[in-house]
Design a protein. Structure first.
Length: 248
């Protein structure tokens, strides 16, 4: 072992011990003390509900019991979304909301690798087929106000973990739309009409490829659906959707 590299690792270890003594790591959700940075306390961890099988093969909505035959929910049978397969790591509920919102609005970007790890496990079959990862974009004014796009942060964390290239500028949000938070399903769909486009100068980054579209929370699917349609019109071979959490 190189003496210099060994001393460097020792110095980093000492620095970590000193920093933890001065600023003990806190739970990512409730700020209770934990063993290591970027982790959750036992109570917050046990409150999370991960999305597991059985689930709809198309949208990823979990079933209470496995249905007979093809595992597709009634909504997807009545009107399939424009993406091929959708998967999510967590149920978006009272337990996961502080974690998701803390990452989205609270500058807790150090959680990206932890959250992306959960997404990677939930979307393993999607990532195995993906050629490029594309995050759902923010409008430039909202990006300026927030300073970062949480979907892009997750996309890059997934890219680093898997080696799949990330194209975070091919898909653009060109229409500044009101927040979707208090809108009905139909209002959400109308709200994002014409809101996205694929940049002509970056079309080659996605055309003819299988795209993994990444976002933080799936609610009605209006935003993801609008993005998927724009990508498919730009010549993308197929779109799958992977989110950190979803409303169930």
């Amino acid at each position: 072992m190189d003496r210099g590299s060994g001393l460097s690792r020792l110095a980093r270890g000492v620095a970590t011990v000193v920093l933890d003594a001065l600023l003990p790591p806190r739970c990512a959700t409730c700020d209770e003390p934990v063993d290591r940075p970027g982790s959750l306390c036992l109570q917050c961890w046990s409150g999370l509900t991960f999305v597991t099988r059985p689930l709809c093969a198309v949208c990823g909505d979990p079933f209470e019991t496995a249905p007979p035959g093809e595992p597709v929910c009634g909504d997807c049978l009545a009107g399939p979304p424009p993406w091929g397969r959708g998967r999510s790591a967590l149920r978006y509920d009272d337990a996961s909301r502080p974690l998701v919102l803390g990452f989205k609005h609270g500058d807790r970007l150090h959680l990206a690798s932890l959250l992306a790890g959960w997404m990677r496990a939930a979307g393993a079959e999607l990532m195995a087929d993906a050629d490029v990862i594309v995050p759902v974009p923010l409008h430039r004014w909202r990006l300026l106000a927030r300073r970062y796009n949480q979907a892009a942060v997750l996309a890059h964390a997934l890219g680093r973990a898997t080696g799949i290239p990330v194209s975070d500028r091919a898909l653009q949000r060109v229409k500044r739309t009101p927040s979707q938070g208090r809108l009905t399903r139909s209002q959400r769909a109308r709200n994002v009409q014409g809101a996205f486009r694929v940049a002509a100068s970056r079309r080659t980054e996605v055309a003819g490829r299988r795209v993994l579209l990444v976002d933080d929370v799936l609610t009605s699917g209006a935003t993801a659906g609008a993005c998927a349609r724009v990508l498919l019109r730009a010549g993308v071979e197929a779109v799958d959707l992977l989110t950190l959490a979803r409303v169930v």
